[in-house]
Structures are given as structure tokens and as C-alpha cells.
Ligand binder design. Structure first.
Ligand SMILES: [Mg+2]
Length: 191
């Protein structure tokens, strides 16, 4: 099966990464658990707008962008490797500013993420997959609407809520099990 996998908040620890960088540069005490809203990052970071937030997160002469040195979330890479080994196709589908693309590609290479396809898109449903894993409260309803035959999985986070038609997963092991069950239901060879 083609598995459409989001990056930030699913594979990459974006909130850990930006709060750590923010603390280092501004001397604050932000913690990733303080992020509880999808659109509240700039407020928490003390910026006027998300535009200002992204201007800060972007690379400058002193350092690369925030996307260059994110940590992996627990079990993400190990599970992706197993799914890849089970003959599934790992399709990375991520939405981010265009300036973040080179650092994101470097990051994928650094961690040897087993993918053969990487898409930088806002309308994620336009990339056809059999299953999707995402944490965005904006993306999940779109996936359910436009890909009714797909297994749409919501990575449960403080900044998203249950979505009708989407399956909740609290961690990578649950996603792996759902994918395996879905493959059996469809009668696929790859499980
Ligand atoms: Mg995400």
C-alpha cells in the first residue's frame, strides 16, 4: 500500500525543536507541552503573527532553519523501516514554507527515512495514497472527504480533535497495526 505520512508532529518533533531554539535565542522557558492550539504558535513565541514566527524560524547567516535539527518522535523511524520492509511505499506528504524544503530534504537524508516519494503540498489529498497519517485539524477532514476509500489516521495531539471517518492513533505501534489490518481486509499481499 501507499502510506501518506506527514512529518511535523508525526515523524519530526517540531514543537520540541522550535521551543528549544527559541529558549536558546531568547532565554525563555518554553516547553513543547505548552503548544495546545494549531494556530497559537506565534502567541506562545511572543510574535505578532505566524508570518513573524516563520521569519524567525527561517535560516539566517548564523544558523540553519528550525527544520534542520529536529529530533525524531518515538518509534517513528523504526516503524517506517518495518512498514517499508513489509513492501509498503512510504510517501512523505508535508506542508511547509518553500524556504524549508532544502533543510527538510537534508533532514530526511540525515535520518535515512525510507521513502521514495516526497511531496511538499498544502492540499495533501491530491497525493493518492491507501492510508494517511497526519496531525493537522485542517488536513484530516479534507482527507476523509476526498479519499473515502483510504484509511485516514489522526495522530492524537493536543491541537487536534476526533474527526468523523478518521481513526485515532496514539502512537506509531497503533498505526502499524491498523495498516496491517487494513491490508488484510483488502486482501493485499503486503501486510
Ligand atoms: Mg503535522
Amino acid at each position: 500500500m501507499r502510506l501518506g505520512i506527514d512529518l511535523d508532529g508525526v515523524v519530526a518533533a517540531f514543537n520540541d525543536g522550535w521551543t528549544e531554539l527559541h529558549n536558546a535565542e531568547f532565554g525563555g522557558e518554553l516547553h513543547p507541552d505548552m503548544v495546545t492550539m494549531w494556530n497559537g504558535l506565534h502567541t506562545l513565541a511572543g510574535f505578532e503573527s505566524m508570518g513573524e514566527f516563520w521569519a524567525w524560524a527561517r535560516g539566517n547567516g548564523e544558523r540553519p532553519s528550525v527544520f534542520r535539527h529536529l529530533q525524531l518522535l518515538p518509534d517513528a523511524i523504526e516503524t517506517l523501516q518495518r512498514l517499508d520492509g513489509a513492501r509498503h511505499r512510504i510517501v512523505i506528504i508535508t506542508s511547509k514554507p518553500r524556504w524549508a524544503i532544502p533543510d527538510t530534504l537534508r533532514w530526511l537524508a540525515d535520518h535515512e527515512v525510507p521513502t521514495t516519494e516526497v511531496h511538499f503540498v498544502d492540499r495533501k489529498h491530491e497525493v493518492p495514497c491507501d492510508a494517511y497519517l497526519d496531525d493537522s485539524p485542517l488536513v484530516l477532514p479534507d482527507l476523509v472527504t476526498h479519499r473515502p476509500d483510504a484509511l485516514v489516521c489522526r495522530f492524537v495531539r493536543a491541537w487536534n480533535d476526533p474527526v468523523d471517518g478518521a481513526h485515532d492513533v496514539a502512537g506509531w505501534n497503533e498505526f502499524e497495526r491498523l495498516v496491517s489490518d487494513f491490508a488484510v481486509t483488502r486482501g493485499d499481499d503486503a501486510q
